[in-house]
Design a protein around this ligand. Structure first.
Ligand code: ASP
Length: 603
């Protein structure tokens, strides 16, 4: 991402080399500046001693400029230069010269500064890892010295991308009348599926605030208040187990609109996504396809399908059951994918794939394969049960050609689909079908309203308890709650859910009914959400909204999976900030002040 040159105009007009720390940045000077007297300041990235000449790469946020020291013309300066260490902060004054050895890869690669004066502004200890694009520092070390890691180009570029995305999001939403309103961070629990972080109250001892998992109820109250288009780029907090794409505090682009249908919301936010694709990625996107949750699950085994490639699921129950192969005969679902051009897979590769699907994270019991050989014959792991006529029919169902490999799983429907989803993504990766610069967004719509949990034997809200059932399904709420669909939707890009939302309930009675279906007693519903239900009695307009995972969206635009390097100061997998060493214990005095139990200190 390009950066504007700093505006040093004022300083340059009042050029006084004795008082200025820099006249230009390290990314700015070009051949057209040849002959100018300049002052640069920055960090010493690297120095190369070539006998008569020494070169330094001087780095700041804007780039790198080569400094040249000439032993013959200025020996004492060269002596001084030799005392510098990596990451010393220095200031140099000198003249811009054309380089004899140009570097076309660097924007400043045509010039160098012939240094006349060198000042050390600060020394530096030897950094614990190299501050280069490819560093030798491990994750934990980089986090501990995050301020050094942040000096590296790849991380800096990520933060610049994030900045541009937030600016462009604000521009777009402002242009269509959204207003940014801040909501409080010290609130009370909103059940959105995760655990809350809580904050003890000193003034109300024994009571706790919760940090918001999202501003959900506040944005709905803003709709009741008449602010019909709200947004906020906002921190949210969820006390969950962490993964590469999760952090305990993360940022949402949180939005809500009143007097809208689902269609209005999808169009408005497809507009935001297209704007970001255009201005950030330079891409004109076509209208996003829409897929129902049911179709996504049936065809891709996932509610966030990666549609950069096909390899769609083919269900085989009708074709394969009743042939005496117990695994298929007993299965609720037999389903497979066709990996084009993988018919040459060796025994070893197939064993590897079988091990892959049997890992606990994938959870399949085994893998059936059918190789469609180039000569038209078949070789399968179930040759004992199925002859080549049968396998030919399978191949037709898959649309397979000679040279392809069919991979089949069997078992309980939901679990088998999830396992096959993982296998499909793996095959897509192996076949190079998941190019991070190829973007295939879509909307997944018509989510079920509720999800049954076997363990606790109750329904949970699939999105959250404020999501409205589809009006035509309300009648099913009592008779068959699991069948009720919601006006809920997710925006998915390349297999990553980057945002989700719903049309909300705005009627007190329906909201109350929803809480009761979710197992809340009337008292519990009233004490936790009375404020929202009461507000619904004062003219709540129909409304709905969406929230995007901002860190994740930025990572997807950069073609990366981990969100960590898109957050300036992230936490590690144990939820720790390695740099400031948090969380940490607090003093007995603080505990006492908060009215919290004081534990004896075991020494
Ligand atoms: N509050 C929801 C979430 O954080 C998003 C929404 O429904 O707007 O997932």
């Amino acid at each position: 991402m390009g950066c504007k040159p700093l505006n040093f105009y004022y300083f340059r007009r009042n050029f006084n080399l004795n008082i200025m720390l820099r006249t230009h940045t390290c990314g700015e000077l070009r051949l057209s500046d040849k002959g100018k007297n300049v002052i640069l300041s920055g960090w010493m990235q690297r120095s190369r001693d070539l006998g008569g000449m020494t070169f330094i790469d001087l780095r700041d946020r804007y780039g790198i400029t080569q400094l040249a020291f000439n032993m013959e013309s200025d020996a004492s300066l060269c002596e001084e230069e030799r005392t510098l260490g990596r990451e010393y902060v220095i200031q140099v004054a000198g003249i811009v010269e054309e380089r004899s050895n140009k570097n076309p890869k660097m924007p400043t690669g045509d010039i160098e500064i012939i240094v006349k004066k060198l000042t050390v502004l600060n020394t530096s200890k030897l950094p614990p890892f190299t501050i280069e694009d490819e560093t030798d520092g491990g994750e934990e070390l980089r986090m501990k010295y995050r301020y050094l890691d942040l000096r590296r180009n790849p991380v800096r570029r990520n933060l610049e991308l994030r900045h541009r995305m937030s600016i462009e999001t604000r521009k777009y939403l402002d242009s269509v009348n959204f207003i940014e309103i801040e909501t409080p961070y010290l609130i009370k629990s909103t059940p959105e599926g995760a655990r809350d972080f809580v904050v003890p109250s000193r003034m109300n001892q024994g009571q706790f605030y919760a940090l918001p998992q999202s501003p959900q109820t506040f944005k709905q109250l803003l709709m009741v208040a008449g602010y019909d288009r709200y947004y906020q780029i906002v921190k949210c907090f969820r006390d969950e187990d962490l993964r590469a794409d999760r952090q305990p505090e993360f940022t949402q682009i949180d939005c809500e609109m009143a007097f809208v249908t689902q269609e209005d919301i999808l169009n408005t936010f497809e507009g935001l996504a297209k704007h970001l694709f255009k201005v950030i990625k330079g891409m004109d996107m076509e209208d996003f396809p829409r897929m129902s949750y049911d179709e996504a699950m049936k065809t891709y085994g996932s509610d966030k399908p990666d549609i950069r490639f096909g390899m769609k699921f083919v269900e085989l129950n009708g074709l394969v059951q009743g042939s005496g192969f117990q695994v298929f005969d007993d299965a609720e679902l037999v389903v497979g994918i066709n990996a084009e051009g993988c018919g040459e897979y060796t025994r070893k590769q197939l064993d590897e794939l079988t091990e892959f699907v049997k890992r606990p994270q994938v959870g399949a019991k085994g893998l059936v394969y059918v190789k469609y050989n180039e000569d038209g014959s078949f070789k399968s792991s179930v040759d004992k049960f199925f002859d080549s006529n049968a396998l030919q029919r399978w191949a037709e169902a898959f649309g397979a050609k000679p040279g392809d490999l069919m991979l089949i799983l069997a078992g309980a429907a939901h679990a088998t689909r999830s396992s096959l989803n993982v296998l499909r993504l793996e095959m897509g990766k192996r076949l190079g079908l998941r190019d991070p610069e190829d973007f295939k967004p879509l909307w997944v719509v018509d989510f079920p309203l509720l999800e049954w949990d076997e363990e606790t034997r109750r329904y949970y809200a699939m999105h959250h308890p404020f999501t409205s059932p589809k009006p035509e399904d309300i009648a099913l709420l009592d008779s068959d709650p699991g069948k009720v669909r919601a006006n809920a939707y997710d925006m998915v890009i390349n297999g990553v859910e980057i945002g989700g939302g719903s049309i909300r309930i705005h009627n007190r009675d329906l909201q109350k009914r929803m809480f009761s279906i979710l197992g809340f007693s009337d008292e519990e519903a009233q004490s936790q959400f009375g404020f929202l239900m009461n507000a619904f009695e004062y003219g709540a307009p129909p409304h709905g909204g969406i929230a995007y995972g901002f860190d994740r969206w930025t990572a997807v635009f950069a073609g990366q999976e981990s969100i960590r390097d898109f957050i300036a100061f992230p936490k590690n997998n144990a939820g720790r900030d390695m740099m400031i060493d948090s969380p940490s214990e607090i003093s007995q005095d603080q505990l006492k002040e908060l009215g919290l139990q004081i534990r004896p200190v075991n020494k």
